[in-house]
Design a protein around this ligand. Structure first.
Ligand code: ZN
Length: 98
């Protein structure tokens, strides 16, 4: 059993699911990320542009150089900016989440 990385997803068999790169997300029109501070008692959240990161960078790894703007913690987590994704015009796909 190989060591699991906390920033990677795994399927039911424990195989690593390759994360999307920023290039993959940009191809979908996704240029922002939701960032949250995991430090106890902070909870600072922000939506940032991913344009400052290289295209080949795996999306979860953009957390590595980040530091919380409120408390200075390096315990930063990132998620895809689902608000931005759902805010896109539904006409492009013809359906949306309800
Ligand atoms: Zn913080």
């Amino acid at each position: 059993m190989t060591q699991r990385q906390p920033r990677r997803a795994y399927d039911e068999q424990g195989r690593e699911i390759p994360p999307p790169t920023l290039a993959d997300l940009r191809a979908e029109g996704d240029r922002t990320a939701f960032v949250h501070c995991d430090a106890t008692g902070c909870g600072h959240e922000a939506t940032i542009s991913t344009d400052q990161f290289p295209a080949e960078m795996p999306f979860p790894d953009i957390a590595l150089p980040l530091r919380c703007a409120a408390c200075g913690s390096k315990e930063v987590g990132v998620m895809r900016d689902v608000v931005g994704i759902y805010a896109r015009p539904r006409e492009r796909t013809g359906w949306g989440m309800t």
